[in-house]
Write a protein that binds this ligand. Structure first.
Ligand SMILES: C[S@@+](CC[C@H](N)C(=O)[O-])C[C@H]1O[C@@H](n2cnc3c(N)ncnc32)[C@H](O)[C@@H]1O
Length: 301
């Protein structure tokens, strides 16, 4: 009875949050890619260092960045990850987004960021700052297009590493994005995509992390806006990237529903999410290598 009441309460409250997110997007457009304000450089730096550490953790242990060309999809408010990749010896960094959220970033911010990042040789760090401070540098690129046409926005570049954070869950059609990203992947390219599967709206995210999965598709899509979480699950991403010809495909969970919320979070979900084994995963990383022979993908637990 208690669980049924809680489910009802969360379903009603969640509808309010879906409506709020829709209104916020109508009023401001896609303006806040993460929880840190652009006016808070220290917060931005802490956020970037945390994300970069996660990306590194999910990269293959033997992967050497030296001389590699790196693509970041949907960097959001900052190209700071690019400066860190260059500081570790990457040859180039290019970022592609649908919204121009990182345009006009002050190069002084990159200096502050590097001051907090001890790794990389002095020569690579100096090169990183020089490239990031040169407007229009091809080795530190940024291209924005509402069509998210990755091959066009890559402007003739090919890549050895393709990364993203909290991006794939916002794509209207992840399979299309994966197919497009595959067109700019060199043989042996590694992919590391950190994907946030849970409810995005603050407060309810803490109370009911699987709230977005409580609604049937037509009701959820009543509140659709560009970038609304697409509700794809690890199995969808594993299938899509495997279909695009990538191998060594894994989805490594990094956060699971807290034990205290587990029963309530897994109950009362809408089809096709109800009863799915992976619904306790809140976020994780999709990793793969291109190209490779087809093999059975695995969901690492
Ligand atoms: C939550 S932000 C994450 C940004 C950044 N990676 C970070 O960690 O702060 C989502 C990113 O996806 C992009 N995005 C949103 N909707 C999109 C869509 N429909 N297609 C492609 N990209 C989208 C946004 O421009 C933004 O860069």
């Amino acid at each position: 009875m208690k669980l049924a009441l809680r489910k009802l309460e969360m379903t009603v409250l969640g509808l309010g949050f879906l409506g709020l997110a829709w209104c916020k997007n109508r009023l401001n457009g896609y303006s806040t890619p993460n929880t840190v304000a652009k006016s808070d450089p220290d917060g931005q730096i802490a956020y970037l260092l945390d994300i970069f550490a996660s990306l590194r953790r999910f990269m293959p242990p033997d992967f050497d960045l030296r001389g590699r060309d790196v693509l970041e999809l949907s960097p959001g408010a900052s190209r700071g990850n690019g400066v860190l990749f260059l500081a570790l010896g990457a040859r180039s960094y290019h970022a592609i987004d649908v919204f121009d959220l990182a345009g006009g970033e002050d190069p002084a911010f990159y200096e502050r960021l590097l001051e907090q990042f001890p790794d990389g040789s002095a020569a690579d760090r100096a090169r990183a700052l020089a490239l990031a401070g040169t407007p229009g540098s091809r080795a530190f690129g940024y291209a924005v297009g509402r069509d998210f046409d990755i091959p066009r926005l890559a402007e003739g570049r090919m890549f050895d590493l393709i990364v993203s954070c909290a991006a794939f869950e916002h794509y209207d059609n992840p399979a299309t994005a994966i197919a497009a990203m595959t067109q700019v992947a060199r043989p042996g390219c590694e992919a590391v995509h950190i994907i946030d599967l849970q409810t995005h709206s603050r407060w309810i995210r803490e109370q009911d992390p699987n709230n977005i999965y409580r609604y049937p598709e037509p009701l959820y899509r009543l509140f659709a806006f560009p970038g609304q979480p697409n509700r794809k699950r690890p199995a969808d991403y594993i299938r899509d990237i495997g279909d695009a010809g990538w191998s060594d495909v894994r989805f490594v969970p990094s956060r699971m529903v807290a034990p205290a919320l587990r029963e309530a979070s897994l109950r009362g979900l809408s089809a096709p999410f109800a009863g799915q084994a992976d619904m306790a995963i809140l976020d994780g990383a999709l990793t793969a290598r291109y190209p490779g022979k087809a093999e059975s993908p695995e969901l690492s637990q």
